[in-house]
Design a protein around this ligand. Structure first.
Ligand code: HEM
Length: 387
């Protein structure tokens, strides 16, 4: 029987049994249908890693009309996610020079202050009390925007990360976000503040600056790519720990495990079934399977992160695990540009919650937890807790 994507996996599960079973029974690369499109599912760790690094798997080809688009907002030709080769390298270097490790490191004390102030309120729902406000406030801090803009940012990013937007809906929300960002850019040109937008405005190389449309499109992508992912990875990580009290206790007893724990939670808690699709530019062998030129291929992160040939006993959560890098934030040239920031937020938030509330437990029966179904990522509606 032909496989289909999206999978129908119950969102309450940390894993994706459908994808894991396909990998175990049918092998590392399997043909499937995604709506009207025929697509190859890259299920193994090796296959996913090759799709993410081998230049014969093209993002640019995948974003052409009629291509396999899973996230319309990531298909704009001006954004990093739909570029490749020299054009991608140049734009990425300019964006990365502004969004530098130094800029992220400087945010650390501010992230801790935000987490502390949110936890001072003793939130009884960790989604509305911590997971949602933290990344929104951090994005405002990063951009140099006032916190009062947070509700709008939240609304726009939620829409941009929906896979089901029509072209018209996408244009509408883009118009709103880009109008907002254009005003913010103008303000930073007049009053530079040393934050991300100012740094992006100033970023240049021998080819000059980013054009104003490139600047706005990529700022919009930073907002969208960085928001729903972090909000929901934080919620999923907390739920996974609540479901594994012995591993949670290990972390409380030895907070130095938090570095590996953040990676293990990214591997284990299945934020998204797959990352962005690619199209082959020539015939290519993928983990032993011959694909023709022009084939659409989807890197299925949920099975790659549970591939038993790379992660022994993959369905066991082990906060000290360091077998291999999980692929939850991609790999290679498009590796998540916000990884350092997202991991900083996760590390500080999880450490602070466990230190403050070592007796943390769910306040409701697990079966009553619900998920936002319109969302491309696994997104808890609320996480009621007590301690
Ligand atoms: C837990 C949180 C996050 C997860 C799981 C995540 C995941 C990913 C993944 C899987 C990719 C690779 C896409 C591909 O190659 O198909 C990616 C790329 C990207 N991410 Fe993240 N991300 C997170 C947080 C962030 C944050 C906080 C930001 C920025 C504020 C960000 C900005 C980006 C950008 C700009 C790219 C595109 C890079 C390129 O194409 O060169 N992400 N992310």
């Amino acid at each position: 029987m032909s496989a289909t994507f999206p999978f129908t996996t119950d969102r309450s599960l940390d894993n994706e049994p459908e994808a894991q079973e396909l990998l175990a029974r049918r092998g590392p690369v399997v043909p499937a249908t995604m709506g009207p499109i025929e697509i190859w599912l890259a299920l193994s760790y090796a296959a996913c890693k090759q799709v993410l690094t081998d230049p014969r798997f093209s993002r640019e080809e995948a974003t052409r009309p009629g291509g396999p688009v899973t996230l319309p907002s990531a298909a704009n030709p001006l954004v990093l996610t739909s570029m490749e080769g020299r054009r991608h390298a140049r734009t990425r270097k300019l964006v990365a020079s502004a969004f530098s490790p130094r800029m992220v490191a400087l945010l650390e004390p501010r992230v801790q202050e935000i987490v502390d102030s949110l936890l001072d309120e003793s939130p009884v729902d960790l989604v509305s009390g911590l997971c949602v406000p933290l990344p929104t406030m951090v994005i405002c801090e990063l951009l140099g925007a006032p916190y009062s803009d947070a509700p709008d940012i939240r609304r726009w990013t939620g829409r941009l990360m929906t896979g089901r937007l029509t072209q018209e809906e996408l244009r509408e929300v883009e118009h709103e976000v880009q109008g907002y960002l254009a005003d913010l850019v103008e303000e930073k040109r007049l009053r530079p503040d040393g934050k991300l937008i100012t740094a992006l405005v100033l970023a240049h190389d021998e080819g000059g600056h980013l054009t104003s449309s490139e600047l706005l499109a990529n700022l919009q992508m930073l907002l969208a790519a960085g928001h729903d992912t972090t909000v929901n990875q934080l919620g999923n990580s907390l739920l996974t720990l609540l479901r594994h009290p012995a591993e949670m206790q290990r972390l409380i007893d030895d907070p130095t495990l938090m570095g590996t724990a953040v990676d293990e939670l990214l591997r284990f808690s299945r934020l998204m079934a797959a990352t962005l699709p690619r199209v082959t530019t020539e015939a290519v062998e993928l983990d032993g399977v011959r694909l023709p030129a022009g084939a659409a291929v989807l890197p299925v992160l949920s099975s790659a992160n549970r591939d038993p040939s790379v992660f022994p006993d993959p369905d066991r959560l082990d906060v000290g695990r360091d077998d291999a890098a999980p692929l939850a934030m991609g790999f290679g040239p498009h590796y998540c540009l916000g990884a350092q920031l997202a991991k900083l937020e996760l590390r500080i938030a999880l450490t602070s919650v466990l230190q403050r509330f070592p007796g943390l437990r769910l306040a409701v029966d697990e079966s009553s937890l619900t998920y936002r179904m319109e969302c491309n990522v696994r997104a808890l509606v609320s996480l009621p807790v007590t301690w």
